[in-house]
Design a protein around this ligand. Structure first.
Ligand code: AMP
Length: 397
């Protein structure tokens, strides 16, 4: 990691502005249903407080489209943070303006405040210079610990960095990058990628980049059927992207040329309709009935994939093996969670749905690292730079 980290700068008595990603799921009653993203920022917050900093937290929540939306207020996050820290986190009703300025001026070392949702202002997403400068005016040190937002080029993670003396990475950001680098830059081999999810088009950048790095690829989920159709199989009413058939053929050819082992499911769970109560059966992929859809991998595929993972030393996984949101089609994904969790490899899981599946299976503690980023994690897998990381101060600068 060539960027300055929070523990490499002087924080005592400084106003430390931490950009976090507190975009947590909230249910209809307004309760936080999973506070992982809040907990993951605690090491940076606690470090800054212990060093005697004045801590200013900022985040976005949801997509308010530049307008105030009380359902997307960060007020509930301030309450949860107060409980987790055992210390009052004062909530400020806006993220810019005179009130914020006054509250920041009054801060004492060891105090902590949380600003209101940055995206209530359209300037945040526009990476507006004036808005960035105003946010920067609250900071002596800027810390970015919002990995899940690092693929965005917004005022609070990119614009602001131009107007602060130091823009450093928080501990969560460092952890995300270090695990990723361990898996991708100098992996202990065999390195196996497991790719699932809905569509080839959504993951093509990832597949193409991974083919340069991995020893084996396992494909599951809806994208399977574009590959199978490209091989000439009947796929019934399964999810297929006809405009990606040539791409799928090219991917399989490149894998062969690079001697990357490429595994597709050999059987699947088919359903007569897209419904939790649908009639279902397990069939070999050669026998998908014309009017049915394949919605999960079958038991023979699970056995095959477990053999493939047997000697893996590094595993990177994104995307479910089936429509795991419905119990009838979740077995393949749950079996995969089990195999990855019980392997002897360094295991890295990322992408919204995949971490949901791992948590649901109760196996998260057995995974080496679960990324907090969805889009950001995918962009790293695509081999792209993340603007929120590029903008940070280089070590030695
Ligand atoms: P992604 O966001 O691309 O990782 O896709 C995740 C979504 O893919 C989940 O909501 C799954 O329900 C869906 N999915 C997985 N397997 C299938 C399948 N065989 N057919 C249709 N959708 C699927």
């Amino acid at each position: 990691m060539d960027k300055l980290c929070i523990n490499e700068v002087f924080l005592k008595d400084k106003r430390v502005f931490i950009r976090a990603d507190f975009n947590v799921p909230v249910n209809g009653e307004g309760n936080i249903t999973d506070d992982t993203r809040i907990r993951e920022v605690l090491p940076s917050i606690n470090y800054a407080l212990d060093e005697g900093a004045k801590v200013i937290l900022a985040s976005h929540m949801g997509r308010p489209r530049g307008k105030v939306d009380s359902h997307l207020s960060l007020n509930i996050v301030a309450k949860r943070l107060s409980r987790l820290l055992g210390k009052q986190v004062k909530f400020v009703n806006d993220c810019v303006g005179d009130e914020v300025k006054q509250v920041v001026e009054d801060l004492q070392p060891g105090d902590i405040i949380l600003l209101e949702n940055l995206r209530f202002h359209p300037e945040e997403r526009q990476n507006d210079a004036g808005f960035s400068k105003e946010l920067a005016s609250f900071a002596d040190v800027y810390v970015n610990d919002a990995f899940a937002t690092a693929h965005r080029c917004h005022a609070s993670n990119v614009g602001i960095t131009k107007y602060v003396p130091y823009a450093v990475a928080g501990f969560l950001m460092v952890k995300e990058i270090q695990y990723f680098e361990r898996a991708m830059q100098n992996p202990v081999r065999p390195l196996v990628a497991i790719l699932g999810g809905a569509k080839v088009s959504g993951k093509i950048g990832v597949i193409e980049n991974l083919l340069k790095k991995v020893d084996k690829v396992i494909i599951g989920g809806g994208m399977t059927f574009t590959f199978l159709k490209a091989l000439g199989y009947e796929v019934g009413k399964s999810l297929v992207e006809d405009d990606m058939l040539k791409t799928a053929t090219r991917v399989m050819k490149v894998a062969k040329e690079r001697q990357v082992k490429f595994y597709l499911p050999v059987d699947c769970v088919v359903a007569d309709k897209f419904d939790p109560r649908a009639e279902t059966k397990v069939v070999p992929v050669q026998e998908v009935p014309k009017q049915w859809s394949a919605l999960d991998i079958g038991p023979a595929s699970t056995t095959l994939f477990s053999e493939v993972l047997q000697n893996a030393k590094t595993i990177i996984w994104n995307g479910p093996m089936g429509v795991f949101e419905m119990d009838a089609f979740s077995r393949g994904t749950m079996a995969m969670v089990n195999m990855v969790a019980n392997s002897y490899a360094l295991t890295i899981v990322g992408g919204g749905d995949t971490d949901v599946a791992v948590h649901r299976a109760g196996e998260s503690y057995k995974i080496s690292y679960i990324s907090t980023g969805g889009g950001a994690f995918l962009q790293l897998l695509e081999g792209k730079q993340l603007p929120g990381i590029t903008a940070l101060t280089n070590k030695g600068a």
